[in-house]
Design a protein around this ligand. Sequence first.
Ligand SMILES: Cc1ncc(COP(=O)(O)O)c(C=O)c1O
Length: 329
Amino acid sequence: MSNYQEPPLLSPDQALARLKALPRPWSGDYLAMYSNWLGGIVTDPWLMSVPIDDHLVHRGDGVFEATKCLNGRIYLFERHLERLKRSATSIHLELPLTRRELTSLATAVIRAGGRRECMLRIFLSRGPGGFSTNPYECPQAGVYLVASLIHPPSEDIYELGANLGVSQVPAKSGFFAGVKSCNYLPNVLLKREAITHGWDFAICLDPDGYLAEGSTENMGLVDQDGFLLLPPPEHILEGTTAKRTVELARRLVERGELAGVARRHLQVDELKTAAEVMLFGTTLDVLPVSRIDGRPVADGKVGPVAQKLRRLILDDIANNHEMSTAVWE
Ligand SMILES: Cc1ncc(COP(=O)(O)O)c(C=O)c1O
């Protein structure tokens, strides 16, 4: 028997009262949100909304960035802004704000949220318009920034290593892989597949069957000759973390702890013969992978290169102020 009841027609006051009282999963995580639609910052989660006719909602027509603020500084913020600009330009969306203005906004939102440690997401949308696919029906781009609590993975997974699966979900290819758009359906299906199989993460294959990337993370491996290898940029999103890790990895090469770093197509079978496999991403930093669908990578223990690279990134976050943007002094 259905519990369906005819919905009441709500007055604005009734609707507002309901909005305030509605349980919203995860709302305890939301610290502050700016929207150019509202023209200000709010800290009440029930006010954190996007208009339904924004093409972001019904067409995924927008681009975004997810950044993290640690100890009052947003790590790699300039690089995230560069990628945001590249993504926006790719979909013919003009950045409605200068970089300096976006930085001021990010600072204001994080401060309104009151935390030195948080995630800061920036969404640029086509903006409110009609309900077609026509981007020209939207007079003004939308700008939304949200600060929320940060949930880093537990230390256990860094010590034990993650269990990775190879997915059946087709990767976004070429152009669409390179744009950090709000159209993440393949990434959603990838994540879902990981969860249903009991993997910690899933990796998809590019149209030619080579290893590509995870739902929101890049991958790399260390081969038996001691080279750190990452897929070429054609069918992946170029991660800020992977890029920084590769820069820092040069120190390991100089010290003779790594033979070299290269980008080339990686066969699925190379996961079986690799000395180490690892993932890179804003929330993960560098995460070692110790199993592929339950089968051990090498001896099944976390490898030294992934551990050293993680330490280099953590040190970079903590001490290299050239790579981060101050929010709180
Ligand atoms: C598809 C995809 N690949 C890779 C990454 C890793 O990028 P970053 O290191 O900049 O977080 C992300 C980040 O969210 C992503 O969405």
